[in-house]
Each structure stands twice: as C-alpha cells, then as structure tokens.
Design a protein around this ligand. Structure first.
Ligand SMILES: Nc1ncnc2c1ncn2[C@@H]1O[C@H](COP(=O)(O)OP(=O)(O)O)[C@@H](O)[C@H]1O
Ligand SMILES: [Mg+2]
Length: 261
C-alpha cells in the first residue's frame, strides 16, 4: 500500500511511513515479531518501551540500516519488501528519504560545524560546495547555532552537537525523520534545547518517529503513542489517553518508572 505525500510550500514534501508485518531475528532471538504501524504524512509517533524491547532495531529497519527478515517498509510511494532482491539504487533512494538522529551525535571532530552539515550534501546529493554551505547556514539558523558555523564540534555542548546533528540530517532533505533517544545522553538543561528544535520541526509538518522517555514531549507533540515490549506492540493510542489510563500492566509499570525519574 502506498502512503500519499503531503505537499508543503517551501520544502521537500513530507511523506508517510508504513511499517507492515516486520519481523527481525538476531540468531534465534526474535527481536521484532510482526510489527505493523502507519505513520501518516506530517504526524509524530512517539515510541516507548523498556530497554531491549526492539525500538532501536525497528527504527534501523525503517531506514534499512538493518535488514528485516519479513515485511515491507513504505516511505511515500516507495516500498521495499524484505526478502526481495533490492538494488543498491532503490535501497539508497529509500534511505535518503529518511533522516536519522541517534543518541550519540557522531559528528566529524576534525570538520567545522559548517563542513559537518555541508559535506554529506556534497557527497550524497552532489551539491556544489557553495550550495551545500548556503543550505547549511539556513539550517544552522533554524536550530539557533549560526554563530557556531566556523567552530569545531568539540567546542560545542552536547545539546548544541545534537542540534547540529539534526541540521545535518535535515540538510539532505528527508521526507521523514527518525529520532532514537536524542536527549538520553544529555543533561536535562540542554536536552530542552533539543526538544524545542524537535517541537518546531513537528510544527513544520515533518513526519517523525521518536523513541523517547520525554513523556511531556510525547504527550504534547505526539499524535500517536506506541508502546513496545519484547518485540511486540503491546498498546497504542492517543498519547494523553494511553498515559492517563494504560490498558496494559506493563505499560503502567513502564510509565510509572519513567515519570518517577
Ligand atoms: N546487532 C545485534 N546483534 C544481536 N542482538 C542485537 C543486535 N541489536 C540488537 N540486539 C538485541 O535485540 C534486542 C532489542 O534491542 P534494541 O532494538 O536495541 O532495543 P531497545 O532500543 O528497545 O532498547 C535486545 O535484546 C538486543 O540485545
Ligand atoms: Mg534503543
């Protein structure tokens, strides 16, 4: 099934993400067991669940950093089916549509902030240096770090580095963004800067899947909340509703653990 894309005025049109019947094992450990989830264009899905439940593996399957054993992933009008022969070209085309931000920012330490954002555009999209750096400055402005352009990442705080990583992902014009615990490695006071950038991004209509323990973000920004445990979706719904009255005991336990922190 293809998911329609929603056209926005100035940017690349955002796209829906459809995860259908995805299963994944490592050896004989079934880590994802028949997961299906539809993320409509421009919506934000928050993904929560205990450590080891398969959240990171699921995100990695969506942009094909990990190969699912079964199922299909659709981004916009492009579908990749597990098990079928996928050309490198199709794989790269899908991966390019989906930006990913990790807990660890993985910036190049020997490049300036500007080069960190421009270089992937030159390599992956074939943009000229001038064009890539121009786009990088627009995005640095957007994440509030224009003045950091000429510095090296080591001179930036963790929260600033994560905002640079978000700008770097956005510079490749993704149609959807995946975030894997983007604030977990950060002190709370700089985590809020990152949350603010993600909130603004959601307001522009970007399709987002966000693994997070930030329950306030999930409730206020999330359109949908998915709870995973042991490779299954155990519960999902409108974030405020699930949080106020979880149906599953395991959801209840997880929520009280994260809300108590
Ligand atoms: N590359 C891998 N090889 C073997 N096991 C893995 C690999 N990646 C993840 N796992 C296992 O898969 C399970 C789910 O991991 P993960 O997706 O990282 O969960 P979460 O992000 O919810 O904490 C864990 O038991 C983990 O040990
Ligand atoms: Mg994880």
């Amino acid at each position: 099934m293809s998911v329609p894309s929603l056209t926005m005025s100035t940017e690349v049109p955002t796209a829906g993400v459809e995860i259908s019947n995805i299963s994944k094992s490592f050896g004989n450990h079934l880590v994802l067991d028949d997961i299906s989830m539809a993320v409509t264009p421009g919506s934000v899905t928050a993904l929560i669940g205990p450590s080891g439940s398969g959240k990171s593996t699921l995100l990695r399957c969506v942009n094909l950093l990990e190969k699912p054993d079964r199922g299909t992933i659709t981004v916009g009008s492009q579908t990749i089916e597990a098990g079928s022969r996928v050309s490198d070209r199709d794989l790269l085309a899908l991966r390019r549509q989906v930006g990913m931000v990790f807990q660890s920012f993985n910036l190049f330490p020997h490049f300036t902030v500007l080069r960190n954002i421009a270089f992937p555009q030159e390599r992956i999209l074939g943009r000229s240096r001038e064009e890539a750096e121009e786009r990088a400055m627009v995005l640095l402005d957007r994440v509030g770090l224009r003045e950091k352009a000429g510095q090296h990442p080591g001179r930036c705080s963790g929260g600033q580095q994560q905002r640079i990583a978000i700008a770097r992902a956005l510079a490749l014009d993704p149609r959807a963004m995946l975030f894997d615990e983007p604030t977990s490695a950060l002190d709370p006071e700089v985590g809020v800067e990152v949350i603010a950038v993600m909130r603004e991004l959601a307001e522009t209509g970007m399709t987002m899947i966000v693994v997070t323990h930030e329950m306030q973000f999930a409730r206020e920004v999330g359109d949908h909340l998915v709870v995973m445990a042991d490779g299954h979706i155990i519960e999902e719904g409108i974030p405020a509703a699930v949080m106020a009255d979880p149906r599953e005991e395991r959801t209840r336990r997880f929520l009280s653990a994260v809300l108590d922190r």
